[in-house]
Design a protein around this ligand. Structure first.
Ligand code: ADP
Length: 783
């Protein structure tokens, strides 16, 4: 206690000293008055904040609270300067101010996070709150912390402990916030965003340095550091409030540049005037008054005349050194108008227009968005790059998008800064905002024709890193107006070209399908020929054999061997007739989707074996090689055994028929999982021959019924003979059967060539059964 009293005494003494000096000057307790007027200042800042931003947003409430606390803190500190108060009042003031500072630093942190639109504000507030509670607990000795703290020997007194804790808290928060803003400032490339953050950074610098001064031990300084600190702190609060409440902040870079130009001009011209005065005064000693006055007048006139060119010269120099160079807007606009006026091609227009504007402004990125109203709900925007690459080619805006609305109505270009900062754009759909962010543009210039928005000229940031000036935006507005008619024409031409292209395409499609229909039509006409040929051949055979039989019966004795041969031939012809009629019935069932499929789990190996069995004799007779690989390992298929055998027998039969003697047929199988259809397994079987091959034009048509490639005369020349075609029903049946199993059938071949024998490969794709997983987790089927 003795120590404390002594300290207070010292404080009092210092205060008196300061008071002495200033009160002599002002006759008032000046420090107190200054501090209190700072309070009034904070109150005015609060009023400004409420008027500009209202009560409702979290940002403005945070700011108002911060200003209120700042005012109270100033009052607390000014109590320590107040002479004539009761002894303990300054001490209360010191503690109150210290506690308020404790609450202010985290609050500043939260405001900064909100300003930078970063997350984590809640956590920071929580952390700050916990610190505050801890320190208040020590201060009011709740939970008896004080003896414990003292025992730990961290500090000699409670006051000391509190001071250390408070300083740590304040320094930690202040440094953290400052670093965060500094990093953001260094990272951000957009000039206007940078400028806004720079304001905050300056505010933080003023606030933190001001607070540091108030925390220093005043006895060590000649001047009152606390007063200076309070003033700096107040200046910081002004900058902070301005940055938080206004959207269009002055551009500090431009401001500095203009100030530099003024200073340089003043210095140079001051030096000139000085020289003039020196000259006049030095001649005055030697000459009479009239001459002196004449010389003085001459010098003054000379300086007055010089003033204008000197200013112009200096302006040019400072421009060259301090800015990225200027362009002549009238000339740029005239050049632009001349260059684009006759362009009708949309892409050329975009490239030329963007490159001219980009060059004048020193920009490296530009695009034109073509705007098309899709319907009542949406608007399409197509990006046409003029310079640089863009991640997206088109996007859609909602019809009520505030961004589009601003482009439709506003008379100036819209900047990305405005889209990011202004509250009216915050209601825009998030996808529109992210989309624009991704484009990485700085300014959007609307192009309107007859009151409709038809395009948006978008430009990236300037290479110099400077923001667009008001003059740039004016020029861009005119550019937008100049582009409107040309763009409208180019769009019309492009639409016409597009329409022309689609008509040509339609025409081509029509020709193709016409050709196909013609072929099919021919196939149908042929069918009558083929069918009659196909049906008549066995019928004729039957009739012939029965005539022979009748003759044989008339002239006994009958030779049993001869009789047996005749009956066999009749049976074979009857069988052929039945086959053809069955095939025709099958096709008609497939056509009317009446093919009955009775499914059971089936092994593909069995199907292949049965299908191949039909051709053992033919393969031997025609000296062909046939091999099946990978078929045994396939997973089972849910299917109709008889139908699948029929389908594969047709395919294998064709492969044999259309391959010359001594050729080979290879059957191979594989299975795979298709992730796009929920891990469905498929089996694929390939039947490859070394035969005549199939023309690309015919590769679809052969699956149509009655379609055949060769001449009619070749038909019914045998079911396994080389090129011994049937009625053209085999493939349609196979396809119908496989489709009825949920599968696909198609063919690949280089073309039809009876010299080279390119061969064909028929692909069959069938869905496999789900393999049941047994209890031990090992797949029951083979893979
Ligand atoms: P067909 O009864 O004439 O065999 P398909 O419907 O089975 O009738 O086949 C139609 C046509 O497809 C055949 O006439 C033939 O021209 C062609 N074709 C089918 N398979 C093959 C193959 N493996 N190689 C060459 N051409 C084939």
């Amino acid at each position: 206690d003795a120590h404390r009293r002594e300290k207070r005494h010292v404080l009092h003494f210092e205060v008196e000293k300061v008071f002495d000096v200033t009160s002599v000057l002002l006759g008032l307790q000046a420090p107190v008055l200054l501090a209190l007027s700072a309070c009034v200042g904070y109150a005015m800042l609060m009023i400004l904040a409420v008027r500009r931003r209202g009560w409702h947003s979290a940002n403005s409430r945070g700011l108002i609270l911060y200003l209120l606390l700042s005012g109270l803190w100033t009052v607390g500190l000014s109590l320590t300067l107040w002479i004539g108060l009761r002894e303990e009042v300054p001490l209360i003031g010191v503690h109150a101010a210290a506690d308020i500072l404790l609450a202010m630093s985290p609050l500043l942190g939260v405001m900064t996070l909100m300003f930078l639109e970063r997350p984590g504000g809640r956590w920071l507030a929580l952390l700050g709150g916990l610190w505050l509670i801890l320190i208040l607990a020590i201060e009011f000795n709740l939970f008896d912390i004080q003896p414990a703290v003292l025992k730990l020997n961290i500090a000699s007194t409670i006051g000391e402990t509190l001071r250390i804790l408070r300083t740590i808290n304040w320094a930690g928060f202040s440094a953290g916030i400052f670093l965060l803003v500094l990093l953001d400032y260094l990272q951000i490339r957009r000039p206007l965003h940078r400028n806004r953050i720079l304001f905050w950074l300056i505010a933080l610098m003023l606030i933190i340095s001001g607070e540091t001064l108030t925390l220093l031990d005043k006895t060590r300084f000649l001047f009152d550091v606390m007063q200076v600190g309070l003033a700096l702190r107040f200046a910081g609060a002004i900058v902070l409030t301005v940055a938080a409440v206004s959207y269009h902040l002055p551009i500090l870079r431009t401001f500095v540049r203009q100030a530099t130009a003024v200073i340089i001009f003043t210095l140079v011209f001051g030096a000139l005037i000085f020289c003039g005065i020196v000259v006049v005064t030095s001649v005055a000693a030697h000459l009479d008054t009239i001459t002196t006055i004449l010389i003085a007048t001459g010098t003054a006139l000379l300086l007055a005349i010089l003033q204008q060119p000197v200013r112009a010269l200096l302006q040019r120099w400072t421009d060259r050194f301090l800015t990225s160079g200027r362009y002549d807007p009238t000339r740029a606009l005239r050049d632009y108008g001349d260059a684009i006026s006759n362009i009708l091609d949309l892409e050329t227009l975009v490239t030329v227009a963007i490159s001219i504007v980009a060059e004048a402004l020193g920009v490296r990125r530009g695009a034109l968005m073509l705007i098309t109203d899709r319907d009542e709900t949406g608007v399409d925007a197509q990006i046409m790059s003029g310079m640089g690459t863009f991640p997206i080619e088109r996007a859609d805006f909602s019809a009520k998008s505030p961004i589009l609305e601003a482009l439709r109505r506003g008379d100036m270009p819209l900047t990305q800064y405005e889209i990011d900062i202004l509250p009216q754009f915050r209601i825009a759909q998030p996808r529109e905002r992210t989309w624009l962010q991704a484009l990485d543009m700085e300014v959007y210039v609307p192009i309107r024709s007859q009151g409709l928005l038809i395009g948006v000229f978008s430009l990236g940031r300037k290479e110099s890193g400077e923001p667009y000036t008001a003059q740039d935006l004016d020029v861009l507005t005119t550019v937008g107006n100049q582009t409107a008619t040309v763009l409208q024409n180019a769009r019309l031409v492009s639409d016409l070209k597009g329409a022309n292209r689609s008509i040509t395409k339609l025409n081509d499609d029509l020709t193709t399908s016409n050709r196909r229909l013609e072929k099919l039509d021919m196939a149908k006409t042929d069918f009558i020929e083929i069918a009659s040929h196909e049906l008549r051949t066995p019928l004729t055979q039957i009739r012939g054999y029965s005539d022979i039989l009748a003759d044989v019966v008339k002239q006994p004795p009958a030779n049993p061997a001869h009789m047996a041969q005749i009956s066999q031939s009749i049976t074979r012809a009857g069988q052929r007739l039945e086959d053809i009629i069955t095939a025709m019935l099958d096709v008609s069932r497939i056509d009317s989707q009446a093919l009955n499929i009775h499914t059971t789990p089936i092994s593909m190996a069995v199907v292949m074996k049965i299908a191949l069995d039909n051709y053992t004799d033919a393969i031997r007779d025609r000296k062909m090689k046939i091999a099946a690989t990978g078929v045994d390992d396939l997973p089972p298929v849910q299917g109709d055994l008889q139908r699948l055998c029929q389908a594969f027998a047709n395919l294998i039969g064709n492969a044999i028929k259309f391959t010359p003697d001594g050729g080979s047929v290879a059957i191979s199988g594989r299975s795979f999982a298709e992730n796009s259809v929920g891990h469905q397994m498929f089996v694929e079987i390939l039947i490859t021959d070394t035969g005549v091959g199939i023309d690309v034009d015919d590769q679809v048509l052969i699956f149509e019924k009655f379609y055949r490639v060769g001449a009619v005369e070749l038909h019914s020349t045998g079911s396994t003979k080389f090129k011994g075609a049937g009625p053209g029903l085999g493939l349609p049946i196979s396809k119908g059967v496989i489709q009825a199993h949920g599968g696909k059938l198609w063919v690949e071949s280089e073309g039809h060539d009876e010299e080279r024998m390119p061969g064909s490969t028929f692909h069959v794709l069938l869905p496999a059964m789900k393999i049941p997983v047994s209890d031990n987790g090992i797949s029951a089927g083979k893979d």
